[in-house]
Design a protein around this ligand. Structure first.
Ligand code: C5P
Length: 225
C-alpha cells in the first residue's frame, strides 16, 4: 500500500516527541524527528564556530554535512558525517541557536528533501509518524492524519524545565523566556513558518495527559482503542 503518514506539528514543549513516538509504537510505524535534523546542523555550526547569523556560511555548511537518521521509535538516532550526536543536539546552546539555522531557506530545502526520502522509504514498511513544525503544511501535505499539538506557554516551559533537571523558579522563568523567543522566531520566519496546517486536528495538551492525546489521535487513524 501507499503507507500511512501521520504528521505531528506544534511548538516546543507541547509533548510532540512523546506523543509521536508512542503513536509510532502503537501503529507499528517508523518515527522521524525532523527537529533533530535542524539541531544536528546547528550543533555542527557551533562546533565549527560558524557565525549562525551568516546565512551564506550556514548554507555552505549544511550543503556539505551528511545527516543519517535512524527511525526506530524505540531508539531514534542521528549522526552527522558518520558520528552520532544524539546527546550533543539537546544542549541549551543548540536549543537557543537552532531557530536561526532553521530560518535559512536553502537549509530547509535540503532537509525537507531528505525528510521526504525517509518518508517514501518508510511506505513499504507501513508508514511513519513525522514530527516537526512544517510537516502537515510543507513536508507531507498529503499526510492522511495531521495533528497540531499545543499547550500553554507556562505548561510547556515547566515541562522543558523539568526535562532539563531544573528546580528553581528563576530557571523556569529563563526557560519560559527562551521558549517564547524560539516560538516567535519559528512562527514569524518567511520560510515554512510554524502554523496549523489545513485539515489538522488541534489538540491542547495543557490539561490532557499523553495517553489521552494518543488515544484521541488513534481514533482519527481509524484504530480501535
Ligand atoms: O522539535 P525541536 O524543538 O527539536 O525543534 C528544534 C527547532 O528546529 C525548532 O525550534 C525549529 O526552529 C526547527 N524546526 C523546524 N522545522 C521542523 C522541525 C524543527 O524549523 N520541521
Amino acid at each position: 500500500g501507499a503507507g500511512l503518514v501521520v504528521a505531528v506539528d506544534g511548538p516546543g514543549g507541547s509533548g510532540k516527541s512523546t506523543v509521536a513516538r508512542e503513536l509510532a509504537r502503537r501503529l507499528g510505524l517508523r518515527y522521524l524527528d525532523t527537529g533533530a535534523m535542524y539541531r544536528a546542523v546547528t550543533q555542527l555550526a557551533l562546533e565549527r564556530r560558524i557565525d549562525i547569523e551568516d546565512p551564506q556560511a550556514v548554507a555552505e555548511l549544511a550543503e556539505r554535512a551528511v545527516l543519517s537518521v535512524g527511525t526506530d521509535p524505540d531508539e531514534p538516532t542521528i549522526a552527522v558525517d558518520g558520528t552520532r550526536v544524539d546527546a550533543e543536539i539537546r544542549t541549551r546552546a543548540v536549543t537557543n541557536a537552532v531557530s536561526a539555522i532553521a530560518a535559512v531557506p536553502s537549509v530547509r530545502t535540503r532537509l525537507v528533501a531528505q525528510q521526504r526520502q525517509v518518508i517514501d522509504a518508510s511506505r513499504a514498511g507501513g508508514g511513519i509518524v513525522v514530527e516537526g513544525r512544517d510537516i502537515g503544511s510543507v513536508v507531507a501535505p498529503d499526510a492522511q492524519v495531521k495533528v497540531f499539538l499545543t499547550a500553554s506557554t507556562e505548561v510547556r516551559a515547566l515541562r522543558r524545565s523539568r526535562q532539563l533537571g531544573e528546580k528553581g523558579v528563576d530557571d523556569v522563568a529563563r526557560t519560559l523566556a527562551e521558549l517564547d523567543r524560539r516560538d516567535a522566531l519559528d512562527s514569524t520566519r518567511a520560510a515554512d513558518p510554524l502554523a496549523i496546517p489545513d485539515g489538522a486536528i488541534v489538540l491542547d495538551s495543557t490539561a490532557m495527559g499523553v495517553p489521552e492525546v494518543v488515544e484521541e489521535v488513534l481514533r482519527h487513524c481509524g484504530q480501535p482503542t
